[in-house]
Design a protein around this ligand. Structure first.
Ligand code: ATP
Ligand code: MG
Length: 360
């Protein structure tokens, strides 16, 4: 009996609906090559159409509907003509992330062969690191308020929340990752010189965690110099772990350094596996190019590779990434416009799927 994984598929809005089928095409090719099964169930919620019909982004029983799947394969959400972006985002993706306790947001930053970095003279190998973002607490709290409204004394306060459990679990995840990588380096982002209560706590917990991983060379950078070094010396970094806000910034800056936003993958992971993890490209629904068949499907396909790795199929995951890299490097004829080509979403997806089937 071959292993069978049950996947919830949520294409969402805009180009999400165009790139998800290409992601599935490639995942099925990998499943066939490696002898496991992916049983995919598609859902039509978490999109503007659903919101227009129901006034909600998710069904009330979403936790029961999705909770039993091995993983969630997500496209993109957002169609501002119909539903304001903050409503669609908070009503769908952020509820899933928090409700399923996906406390790690993982974004690989790797310059692939065949992709030009906006950084001058950078070669593949110069940029190859992982950003680990805390995904459930930190600076993104709704605790606070506004007093003395509409007076000269108008005052606004918003709290940062760091719990020992919340901080330690994301740090532990990052140190485990670093310990398993060849370079065994970890940098944590901080700003304890300016943010004088929460960030020293973050440093304290990171220092304590570092003592438990003597094999990992760990240090910290203040967030300001860290962003500068992403651009100037990206080869310094191996695993970078950050609080919710700093991680949010780093996890867009990093992929931008590695080429187009269209290729960047991400994973929202529940490492304890109490609930499913969610895999989605970094990019959004891109209303400006939706419906034209020219969106780059690589971010979706690479996110699918991360899903295979999480499911326990690392060889299949590696095969998908290798196929992506070969096609980007060798098949100028199928590249989408964001990569400088004239190809289509389906053309690039089909070429990668064929390369996956063919193997190395
Ligand atoms: P989010 O919904 O995550 O907030 P956004 O709506 O601000 O993101 P995107 O939807 O990611 O932004 O689009 C930003 C720009 O990048 C747009 O011009 C879009 O066309 C382009 N873009 C995004 N994804 C892709 C892709 N897969 N292929 C080609 N271009 C893309
Ligand atoms: Mg958007």
């Amino acid at each position: 009996m071959s292993q069978r994984y049950r996947i919830a598929v949520i294409p969402g809005d805009g180009i999400g609906r165009e790139v998800v089928p290409e992601g599935l095409r490639c995942l099925q090719a990998a499943a066939e090559a490696h002898g496991f099964e992916l049983e995919c169930t598609e859902f039509d919620f978490a999109c503007a159409d659903y919101w227009a019909r129901h006034g909600e982004m998710l069904p009330p029983d979403w936790r029961d509907v999705l909770g039993g799947f091995h993983a969630i394969f997500f496209g993109a959400v957002g169609w501002p003509e119909v539903v304001p972006d903050h409503v669609s985002l908070w009503g769908s993706l952020l509820r899933l992330r928090r409700g399923f306790d996906q406390y790690v947001n993982l974004r690989p930053v790797r310059l692939l062969r065949g992709v030009r970095s906006p950084l001058r003279d950078r070669e593949p190998g110069d940029i190859d690191f992982l950003v680990v973002r805390e995904n459930t607490e930190g600076e993104y709290s709704s605790i606070g308020g506004r007093i003395f409204e509409d007076t000269d004394r108008e005052t606004v306060l918003q709290e940062t929340v760091m719990t020992r459990t919340g901080v330690d679990r994301v740090l532990r995840y990052a140190f485990e990752l670093a310990a398993a990588r060849p370079r065994r380096r970890l940098t944590w982002a901080t700003k304890s010189n300016g943010i004088a209560i929460s960030m020293p706590y973050w440093d304290e917990r990171a220092t304590a965690m570092a003592q438990r991983y003597p094999e990992v060379a760990a240090d910290s950078d203040h967030i300001d110099i860290l962003t500068a070094r992403f651009v100037l010396q990206p080869d310094r970094y191996d695993v970078v772990v950050a609080s919710n806000l700093f991680g949010d910034i780093l996890s867009d800056l990093g992929p931008a350094c590695a080429g187009t936003i269209g290729i960047a993958p991400s994973a929202n992971i529940n490492p304890d596996r109490t609930w499913p993890s969610l895999f989605e490209p970094v990019h959004g629904s891109a209303p400006d190019i939706a419906g034209r068949g020219i969106a780059n499907p690589v971010g979706q396909i690479w996110s699918g590779a991360m899903m295979l790795d999480h499911l326990g199929e690392p060889a299949a995951a590696e095969r998908v990434v290798a196929a992506i890299e070969r096609v980007l490097d060798e098949r100028a004829d199928v590249l989408t416009p964001d990569l400088g080509g004239t190809g289509t979403t389906e053309g690039l997806g089909t070429a990668i799927a064929a390369e996956i089937a063919a193997g190395a």
